[in-house]
Design a protein around this ligand. Sequence first.
Ligand SMILES: C[S@@+](CC[C@H](N)C(=O)[O-])C[C@H]1O[C@@H](n2cnc3c(N)ncnc32)[C@H](O)[C@@H]1O
Length: 264
Amino acid sequence: MSVRLRSIALCKKLSLSTAVSFNIFDNRLIFPPIRNPRRVLDCGYGAGNWALEVAERYPHCQVIGVDISPHMQPLDIPDNLWLQVDNLNRSFTFPSRHFDLVHSRLVASGIDRSRWSSYVRDLVRVTKRGGWVQMVEIYFNVQSDNGSITERHALREWSRRYMRALEDLKDLRVAPRLGSLMTAAGLQEVDMRMIQLPLSAWSSDPRSRQIGASNRSNIHQLLESLALYPLTHRLHMTLDEFNSLIDRARAEVDNHTLKAYFPL
Ligand SMILES: C[S@@+](CC[C@H](N)C(=O)[O-])C[C@H]1O[C@@H](n2cnc3c(N)ncnc32)[C@H](O)[C@@H]1O
């Protein structure tokens, strides 16, 4: 009998609200065909939305969440959910072949550049044979399929500067590489999808327009909160220069002719 580990990779955007992530993933928490998971690990659980949903949907499943910063924990934690403090940049101490599903979403800004290969190997090591690894990351380079966003646009300048500011520490371009990292870590049946996360309600498709509408204010905040420290402290932009860039980038988010999105 052949025993195979399978994985699925999607690339997406940062800190999605529950509403946006449910819409963009068609209300699916778990992409691989798992019917009754018994043990699930969520790496970098954040506010715990995903781990909590899984624990509630599968009451007989043990769900463990790990995060370096346990400050956004949900108030009501079901009995089958355990939230632990740990650093994903250190080797995992979980037993090998332990989890049916290992989930890692939007942790690229916290994973050290040199850690990625061993991080994915750790995800694979703790996954049962026949289990799955589900990873989601955003590619921070703002795109537009109609070619209207050029290197001169503020959104592209934001992307360029943000990724450059942290490039010696973190790999913010890791999203398109997730599939090859998984394959290199020994997974089989790697399924990699790139989907669009519209930054505002520019789409003529009603579902995509709804996602963009829900996402817009989040994106307005993220442009500032993600980049403030990297651009002012690491690239030494003045606060005036930074604020001007953010104002122009936000205006471009709201310019529906640009059709801006983050690959996910
Ligand atoms: C953008 S949030 C994503 C949260 C959640 N996965 C989601 O998709 O909504 C990133 C989370 O990863 C955590 N994180 C970042 N670096 C980490 C590390 N080295 N070890 C553990 N957690 C980390 C952060 O504390 C934060 O809660």
